[in-house]
Design a protein around this ligand. Structure first.
Ligand SMILES: C[S@@+](CC[C@H](N)C(=O)[O-])C[C@H]1O[C@@H](n2cnc3c(N)ncnc32)[C@H](O)[C@@H]1O
Length: 247
């Protein structure tokens, strides 16, 4: 579904139908997904420019449409997704003609930080800084699944100099629309979830200091072009930030 929203070709008819339905209800859904992907790309470039050469992308979806290994061609990347269909397609994409050998996908639940880090540690050097991406994923996880504990485990286990990159839907959005959207996505890989307040989102960074400009609307995080007219019509519902573990 997400690949279709980003304009990719790695999707099924059922994905396209669900998103066409979603776009009828919430016209901002597709521009918002693209704004999220654009944030991911700016954040990966920013972290790579700081010298980080490895990324752990948690809840990655399919590694297409400008994913981390495409944006940071000198880095090694581990994509993590718990959906077996996503993982199988990701392996085919990364191992096939489009593959670079620098990126792999592991099928795992990011809520099990020990398992993810064990698997990722076979491909990445976890004694060195890593960019941990939690981009448009935490709002699919309710508090009852204890995402706060999982993210704290990643913060504790990564090396100093590592970065945490988060984008997250917030309660500043239009709740009624979000309820209807959940109706459309129910039964998909990413049903359920929790929009959180800016303070709750900030708490995922723990004691890592946020790099400027802090936790802001995703479109306002270090924009690399002037805002276009359509950007102003995006609802204020996706916050984003990047923080670094002190060296
Ligand atoms: C909206 S996509 C986000 C894609 C990507 N992070 C981005 O922002 O461009 C969410 C993905 O997270 C995956 N996912 C959801 N819960 C997960 C979990 N507990 N562990 C690993 N992956 C998960 C879903 O299968 C889906 O592919």
């Amino acid at each position: 579904m997400y690949d279709y929203m980003l304009g990719g070709k790695d999707n099924f008819a059922v994905d396209r139908q669900a998103i066409d339905q979603l776009a009828e209800l919430i016209p901002e859904a597709v521009p918002l997904a693209r704004a999220n992907r654009a944030f991911l790309q700016r954040a990966v470039r920013y972290v790579a420019a700081a010298g980080v050469r490895q990324f752990l992308d948690l809840g990655s979806g399919l590694p297409t449409q400008g994913s981390a290994h495409e944006v940071a061609p000198e880095a090694r990347v581990v994509y993590v997704d718990h959906d077996p269909v996503v993982a199988a397609h990701a392996r085919a994409l990364l191992g096939g003609a489009r593959g670079s050998g620098r990126a792999v996908c592991v099928e795992a639940d990011f809520l099990d930080a020990d398992d993810v880090l064990d698997q990722a540690g076979r491909f990445l050097d976890l004694d060195r800084p890593v960019g941990v991406l939690l981009v448009s994923i935490l709002h699919f996880v309710p508090d009852s699944a204890r995402p706060q504990q999982a993210v704290a485990a990643f913060r504790a286990r990564v090396a100093p100099g590592s970065y945490l990159v988060i984008s997250h839907a917030t309660t500043l959005g239009r709740l009624e629309d979000e309820e209807r959207a959940r109706g459309v996505s129910r039964g998909s890989a990413t049903n359920g979830g929790a929009d959180r307040t800016p303070a709750e989102i900030r708490a995922f960074f723990g004691d890592f200091p946020l790099d400027p400009p802090g936790l802001v609307q995703a479109v306002d995080w270090r924009p690399d072009r002037p805002k276009l007219v359509g950007d102003w019509s995006l609802p204020s519902s996706l916050m984003a930030g990047v923080a670094k573990k002190a060296s």
